[in-house]
Design a protein. Structure first.
Length: 94
């Protein structure tokens, strides 16, 4: 297998990751509308903890660095909360 082929494969995976992040952001917008209608706060420490624990465990099972995976998901959670703030009128639209 050539270096170029593997790099092309990585680029395809990168594009898929971006597509999935965009999908996650879209879902965060839907969550915002539910939270707004129920008068719930944007930040949910309990849920964030559940997500971080789950991804840590899944990373361990997948034999990848769980601490790094948690860091990535901390960023994703922050992005989701910002999207929810945008939907609620509390944040700035990009």
């Amino acid at each position: 297998m050539s270096l170029e082929k593997v790099r092309a494969d990585i680029s395809r995976v990168d594009n898929e990751i971006i597509r999935l992040i965009a999908q996650r952001q879209e879902l965060a917008g839907k969550i915002a509308h539910i939270k707004i209608s129920r008068g719930m706060p944007i930040h949910d420490q309990h849920r964030a903890g559940e997500v971080l624990e789950s991804v840590f465990d899944h990373a361990v099972e997948s034999r990848i660095d769980p601490v790094s995976v948690q860091k990535i998901f901390e960023i994703l959670i922050a992005m989701s909360e910002e999207r929810q703030r945008e939907c609620s009128g509390e944040g700035n639209l990009p």
